[in-house]
Design a binder for this molecule. Structure first.
Ligand SMILES: Nc1ncnc2c1ncn2[C@@H]1O[C@H](COP(=O)(O)OP(=O)(O)OP(=O)(O)O)[C@@H](O)[C@H]1O
Ligand SMILES: [Mg+2]
Length: 415
């Protein structure tokens, strides 16, 4: 693990490997609020005691979770982030005590590292928000553990892991996602974000990225990780002032520059993720040739030109999409990435655009219903060549570069 990997670092720090590095600036407070009403009421701050009293959540003992994960066995690690490691575990559906692997309810147990930068504040934010919100496109928090120095979160297990793994991880289990599935995941994630932004919740998510989009067995997308979520502005306020936090490559430029947070910051992050899905490239990838490290900077000139839009589309999607569908999806990404935040659509508009895209393409984005398919062209040949050169470059860089991104090695856990 590189020094700065997945750790919260100062925004101005030069130690940014470009792989999921976190950003954080100086001071700020966690604001928590009650979100049970269906109208827009001013947020009522809740005490830690109130948050932990949530009737929707089970309070587990550390020992329960130790047994459920077979003593946090290294071979049951599902993934690792800035907060700590995530383990697979099993509990009995009635008693909620540890069950034999393969029986009862399957869990994902996130355990806070003692040295984590993210700490208690984010643990509590997660319990606060996910203890109140229920939506098909948000991951379900089953419970938590707060015992001595231990902080754990217990989620429903998401059998297909994160979108990040499906887009960027090579291996036999994580096959590249098809165009149809990418559009389905984009729509699911958009619905989750639209729910958070809606008038009854009014929450800014602040950490929209591929590793926080989890997939169930049918590729339904669910948002996880509410550690950075914030209540949106109330009354006539246009923004919330915060310390700058998030992940490199996903944060909106005006938020990075001013710390002024609005729902439009999430829309920008959505645009980055949509672009990652369309291109199969990471938001920040220092292993790419210079000029291509930052996905948005690299892709913007292509997005602005109807004829060039196809140059950014993942060549693993060849033959799966219609020209019209690709153009519409790329245009949507482009609007979300507008430098001027007011020009970005809101999440309801994004959902509508993605729904229309699926309808037009025949249910689930099937491009075969009479629409013109993308054919191989001279551009494609150039792109394929460039991709091959990139891969060769990457392989060479990898052997030179000792930075390792901690990822689960045992893919069969996702089954
Ligand atoms: N409920 C879950 N079911 C299955 N796998 C999960 C679940 N929650 C997390 N994971 C796996 O664990 C990985 C790590 O998750 P985590 O949220 O701790 O870190 P991250 O999102 O990669 O990074 P960050 O700390 O920056 O948010 C995820 O990418 C995913 O692969
Ligand atoms: Mg996460």
């Amino acid at each position: 693990m590189g020094v700065c990997l997945s750790a919260r670092i100062k925004a101005e720090s030069p130690c940014n490997t470009g792989v999921n590095s976190k950003i954080v600036s100086t001071d700020g407070n966690l604001s928590t609020s009650s979100k049970v009403s269906s109208f827009s009421a001013p947020p009522t701050p809740r005490s830690e005691g109130e948050i932990l009293q949530s009737p929707n959540l089970k309070s587990f003992s550390f020992n329960d979770l130790k047994m459920a994960t077979r003593n946090f066995r290294p071979d049951s690690v599902l993934g690792e982030g800035g907060f700590g490691s995530v383990f697979k575990g099993w509990i009995d559906e009635n008693s909620f005590t540890a069950a034999k692997p393969g029986t009862g309810i399957v869990l994902a147990v996130k355990r806070l590292n003692q040295e984590s930068f993210q700490g208690h504040r984010e643990w509590l934010a997660e319990v606060n928000y996910l203890g109140q919100f229920h939506h098909p496109n948000l991951v379900k928090l089953i419970g938590f553990c707060l015992e001595d120095e231990h902080r754990l979160l217990v989620y429903e297990f998401m059998p297909r892991g994160s979108l990040e793994n499906h887009l960027f991880r090579r291996g036999s289990y994580f096959q590249p996602l098809s165009w149809n599935l990418r559009m389905k995941v984009a729509l699911g994630a958009a619905k989750g974000l639209a729910f958070l932004h809606s008038s009854e919740t009014k929450v800014i998510y602040r950490d929209f990225k591929t590793s926080n989009i989890l997939l169930d067995s049918n590729y339904n997308a669910k948002l996880s990780d509410f550690g950075l979520a914030k209540d949106g502005p109330t009354g006539d306020k246009s923004h919330v002032s915060t310390r700058v936090m998030g992940t490199y490559g996903y944060a909106a430029p005006e938020y990075l520059a001013t710390g002024h947070l609005t729902a439009k910051s999430d829309i920008y992050s959505f645009g980055v993720v949509l672009l990652e899905m369309l291109s199969g490239r990471r938001a920040v990838d220092k292993n790419r040739p210079s000029g291509e490290h930052n996905l948005v900077e690299w892709a913007k000139p292509f997005l602005a030109n109807r004829r060039k839009i196809f140059r950014i589309i993942d060549n693993r999607l060849e033959g799966q999409y219609s020209m019209d569908g690709a153009y519409k999806a790329a245009s949507l990404a482009s609007r979300c990435l507008s430098t001027e935040s007011k020009l970005r659509p809101n999440m309801d508009e994004v959902v509508t655009a993605l729904e229309q895209l699926q309808d037009n393409e025949g249910g689930q984005g099937n491009a075969s219903n009479g629409q013109r398919m993308r054919r191989r062209s001279a551009d494609d040949a150039i792109r394929a060549k460039r991709a091959a050169a990139d891969d060769a470059n990457k392989a060479a860089n990898k052997s030179r570069n000792t930075v390792a991104y901690p990822r689960p090695s045992a893919s069969p856990l996702y089954a």
